[in-house]
Design a protein around this ligand. Structure first.
Ligand SMILES: Cc1cc2nc3c(=O)[nH]c(=O)nc-3n(C[C@H](O)[C@H](O)[C@H](O)COP(=O)(O)O)c2cc1C
Length: 197
């Protein structure tokens, strides 16, 4: 629901609903993503769905009706995953292929995601310098995440500045705590406040 459509006198009753879609191909080995998922699970008005926990690594088992319903109930949708070979996880890619279907998110009457906010949150083993024009990969994280940005705009979503946590392999408890604090803050930021410029 768009809070701007609500009369000011009842605005205070609006609770932004957030859906966090987590994907990690090896959940039992995850440290960084798991620590961020824990924050989401502790936050009010946040629903967490972990794809590999729900569907293992089976690219064809999604409960599409349930996933679409979860999206429809949310104002902001967070996609939380580790960067593996500068890409989305296989399950997240398959999920978009099947859940963001024709006639639902695009095509005739395909407006289910229109005006919702997309927030991408990733962990990466490399450091911030690597993800720069001067760095090894000569690409920024925003550029690596272009497919998410393009997909969001294609279906009429608003796209937030991605949140990237670098140096996530073997991160110390102190570093993980800073990741968690930044993620907690981003989860609570008001709608529209961190849109990509
Ligand atoms: C198969 C594989 C590919 C990876 N590719 C990248 C990569 O392209 N860029 C990068 O910065 N880190 C890469 N990493 C490191 C992961 O991003 C890192 O392990 C992860 O973000 C840490 O989160 P986790 O503890 O939840 O697994 C890769 C790791 C694996 C296992």
């Amino acid at each position: 629901m768009n809070p701007q459509l609500i009369h000011p006198t009842i605005q205070k009753e609006f609770n932004m609903q957030t859906l966090v879609i987590v994907s990690h191909p090896y959940p039992e080995q995850s440290v960084a993503i798991k620590s961020l998922q824990q924050i989401a699970e502790q936050t009010a008005d946040v629903t967490v769905r972990h794809l590999e926990t729900l569907y293992q690594n089976d690219l064809a088992r999604f409960d599409i009706a349930a996933e679409q319903k979860a999206h429809e109930a949310a104002d902001r949708i967070v996609y939380l995953f580790p960067i593996h070979w500068f890409n989305l996880t296989p399950m997240l890619k398959a999920y978009l292929n099947q859940v963001w279907s024709y006639g639902w998110s695009f095509g005739p009457n395909g407006t289910a995601l229109k005006d919702k906010e997309m927030q991408v949150v990733v962990t990466a083993g490399a450091n911030a310098l690597t993800y720069s024009e001067q760095g090894l990969i000569r690409s920024s994280m925003d550029e690596v995440l272009t497919p998410m940005k393009a997909s969001a705009y294609y279906v009429g979503m608003k796209y937030n500045q991605p949140l990237a946590f670098y140096g996530a392999v073997g991160a110390s408890p102190e570093t993980l705590a800073t990741f968690q604090a930044a993620f907690a803050e981003r989860l609570q930021t008001p709608l529209g406040s961190v849109l990509l410029k």
